[in-house]
Ligand binder design. Structure first.
Ligand code: GGG
Length: 352
C-alpha cells in the first residue's frame, strides 16, 4: 500500500514522541512492503512563532492532501501565562479538526495487565476494563460563540440536530461492533443542549434494537468510571465532557502516556495521543512514546492493515512485560528507559 502521511509534531514533547512514532511506522512499512512518504508541517506554538498562525494555510494543504495526519501535541505555557495573547497554540488543534471536518474522536481506554497496579484505583476494579469514548469534536463550547471582558465572559454550548445525529450514529455503530452497550453521557437535568442530545438518541434507539442504551449524567459517569470502569463498553458524549472524561480514563490505564486516539469525519483522519505537550518534560527524554505509537497502530487499522496494527500492539505489550518503560510506569527499583530507548526497543521487536 502507498500512504502519504502529514506529520505535525507540534510543541513540547511532541517532536520527541513523534520521532518514535515515525520510526515504528517505518519499521512496519519495511516489514510489510508498504511505501510511506511523510510531509512535515507546523502547528501550535511553533507555527505562531514562525508564521503568526497556529494552523497556517500551508499546514492545512499538507493535511488535506495526505491520506492521514499523524499529530503529536500542542501547547506552550508562554501563551497560558499571557492573558493578552490573541492566538493560542490549542487553536491550531481546533482549527485542524474544524477545517478537516473531524467530528468523531475515538478514544479507547484500556488496561494493560502488567500495569494494573499503576492505576490509583484498586487492581481488581481496573483489570479487564476496556471501553471506548466517542467524543464529539467540532461543536459545543469549544466552537460556540465566546465573549470576554473584564467583568463577564461566556462560552456557548451550541449543537444542531445534524451534528448530534451524526455523532450518535458513530456511537451506535461502534457499539454494534463491540459488546452492544452504549452509554449516552450528558447533563440533561440542567443543560438544554444535553436535552436535545437525549431526545435525538431516544429517537434513534429503534434503529438499533440490538444495542442496549443507557443515559447517564456526566457527573455520575465520572464517578462510575472510577467506581466501576468495567460497566462501560462504548460511551458517546459532547466535546467538553469527552475531553475531561478521557483524561480521567488515564487513571484507569495508569498513565496519560498510554492513550491514543483517532479523529475521523469528512476528510483526512488524524491520529494523535490524548495527552498534551507536557512542556516541562521537553528535551528530557522522559516522555512516554506509547500513546503516539499506539496512534500509529490505530492509523494502520483505519486502513484495514490489521496485521500491521496487531504487530505494533504485540510489540507494545512485550515492551511493558519486559519492563521497558518510561519513568512514570516503571516498577519500583527498576531502571527507567528513555523515550528514545522505548521506541528503539519496539522498532527492534518489529524488525525481528
Ligand atoms: N494531542 C492532544 C493535544 O495536543 N492536546 C492539547 C489540547 O489542547 N487539547 C484540547 C483538546 O483536545 O480539545
Amino acid at each position: 500500500m502507498k500512504l502519504k502521511i502529514a506529520v505535525l509534531p507540534g510543541d513540547g514533547i511532541g517532536p520527541e514522541i513523534m520521532e518514535q512514532g515515525v520510526a515504528v511506522m517505518d519499521a512496519v512499512a519495511s516489514k510489510f512492503g508498504h511505501e510511506v512518504t511523510y510531509k512535515e508541517a507546523l502547528c501550535g506554538a511553533h507555527a505562531i512563532d514562525e508564521l503568526g498562525d497556529p494552523f497556517p494555510e500551508e499546514t492545512y494543504e499538507v493535511c488535506r492532501d495526505a491520506d492521514a495526519v499523524l499529530f503529536a501535541a500542542v501547547g506552550d505555557p508562554k501563551f497560558d501565562n499571557d492573558p493578552t495573547a490573541k492566538v493560542r497554540p490549542e487553536q491550531g488543534l481546533l482549527a485542524m479538526r474544524k477545517k478537516l471536518g473531524l467530528f468523531a474522536n475515538i478514544r479507547p481506554v484500556q488496561t494493560f495487565k502488567c500495569l494494573v497496579h499503576k492505576s490509583p484505583l484498586k487492581a481488581d476494579l481496573v483489570d479487564g476494563a476496556d471501553f471506548v469514548c466517542i467524543r464529539e469534536l467540532t461543536g459545543g463550547m469549544y466552537f460556540g460563540e465566546k465573549y470576554q471582558d473584564n467583568d463577564k465572559a461566556y462560552d456557548t454550548n451550541y449543537y444542531t440536530r445534524p451534528e448530534v445525529e451524526r455523532i450518535l450514529k458513530v456511537g451506535f455503530e461502534y457499539a454494534r461492533r463491540r459488546n452492544r452497550h452504549l452509554t449516552v453521557v450528558d447533563k440533561a437535568n440542567v443543560l438544554a443542549s444535553s436535552r436535545l442530545w437525549r431526545q435525538i438518541a431516544k429517537e434513534m434507539e429503534p434503529q438499533y434494537p440490538d444495542v442496549d442504551v443507557d443515559y447517564m449524567f456526566v457527573d455520575n459517569a465520572s464517578m462510575r468510571m472510577i467506581a466501576e470502569p468495567k460497566f462501560f463498553d462504548v460511551m458517546v458524549t459532547e466535546n467538553t465532557f469527552g475531553d475531561i472524561l478521557t483524561d480521567e480514563g488515564s487513571c484507569i490505564s495508569g498513565s496519560m502516556g498510554l492513550l491514543p486516539s483517532a479523529s475521523t469525519g469528512e476528510s483526512t483522519p488524524v491520529f494523535e495521543p490524548v495527552h498534551g505537550s507536557w512542556p516541562q518534560a521537553k528535551g528530557q527524554n522522559i516522555a512516554n512514546p506509547l500513546a503516539q505509537i499506539l496512534s500509529v497502530a490505530m492509523m494502520l487499522e483505519h486502513f484495514d492493515l490489521k496485521d500491521e496494527g496487531a504487530l505494533i500492539r504485540r510489540a507494545v505489550d512485550a515492551s511493558l512485560d519486559n519492563n521497558v518503560r518510561t519513568p512514570e510506569i516503571q516498577v519500583e527499583g527498576g531502571a527507567a528507559y528513555g523515550t528514545k530507548e522505548v521506541g528503539a526497543w519496539i522498532v527492534d521487536y518489529i524488525r525481528k
